[in-house]
Design a protein around this ligand. Structure first.
Ligand code: MTE
Ligand code: MO
Length: 251
């Protein structure tokens, strides 16, 4: 479980941050369609400035740094507990042979994949840095199917704006299409050449090395392609803005 950021920040600072840049952010964001799903509320102007600046200044194809095997960390901290969800625990007890990843929404061919089916798709291994908002980080190797490969299999509609990731716990999240199609965005089933350890998100987790660790959703159950996030949760694009963190967590 993650600590609410709101409880860590004084009201005065929050009001100042919210008011600063409001006009510029909403004008630029509105004109160029660079508005993140958590644009409303007290931090909204700041979120819009951050997201718009990243999207305008950075190439959509820029890559997160990849490391050598010798740089892999010795310790791999874990965030959160295993899902309490009964279905998850039953699937886990059965070695995930009955687990399936559903991919649906604005797609031509909704599909669901077993773990073995995912493992038969083309794979990529990348050694990347994962940083938690709590201050720790590590470098590890991740192997999995690039998300773009699965998106191509299901045939994403031209209207698609976001890909949403639902796990077996409450930590759902979403990516815009730029990050969803990115070559390093991975559905990972192995870590450091071993089966993905349960606390790190078994059987399959997302890895988004260009954003903070919390975007890398563990224990995946379903992926949905959509043109709006308004009807999901509180409509802010992920659990993070609901507890005081940014939807966009680019690093
Ligand atoms: N489903 C789910 N995904 C999650 C979390 C979680 O609690 N549940 N924690 C997030 C956070 S805050 C971080 S930093 C990373 C940590 O991944 P790790 O436990 O493999 O280090 O997973 C992210 N993905
Ligand atoms: Mo985190």
């Amino acid at each position: 479980m993650r600590v609410s950021r709101r409880s860590l920040i004084t009201t005065g600072a929050a009001v100042a941050a919210g008011a600063c840049g409001l006009g510029v952010a909403s004008r630029l964001g509105g004109r160029y369609g660079l508005i993140p799903p958590d644009h409303a509320g007290i931090y909204g102007a700041g979120e819009t400035l951050t997201y718009a600046a990243q999207r305008l200044l950075m190439s959509h194809h820029s890559l997160a740094r990849e490391f050598n095997r010798s740089e892999i960390s010795k310790v791999f901290p874990v965030n959160g507990e295993l899902p309490e969800n009964e279905t998850y625990q039953r699937l886990s007890a059965g070695g995930f042979v009955d687990w399936r990843l559903t991919v649906d929404g604005l797609v031509a061919r909704p599909l669901s994949f077993s773990l073995n089916e995912l493992k038969r798709l083309p794979s990529r291994t990348q050694i990347t840095h994962q940083a938690c908002e709590e201050g720790w980080s590590f470098i590890a190797g991740w192997t999995g199917v690039p998300l773009y490969y699965v998106l191509n299999l299901v045939g994403v509609s031209a209207d698609a704006k976001y890909v949403v990731f639902f796990p077996f716990d409450e930590n759902w999240d979403s990516l815009d299409m730029s990050d969803a199609w990115h070559s390093q965005t991975l559905l990972a089933y192995a870590m450091n050449s071993q089966e993905l350890p349960a606390p790190h998100g078994a059987p399959v987790r997302l890895r988004v090395p260009r954003q903070l660790g919390y975007k890398s959703v563990k224990y995946l159950s379903r992926i949905t392609v959509t043109d709006t996030l308004r009807n999901i949760g509180k409509g802010l694009g992920s659990i993070s803005p609901e507890i005081g963190y940014s939807w966009y967590a680019g690093i």
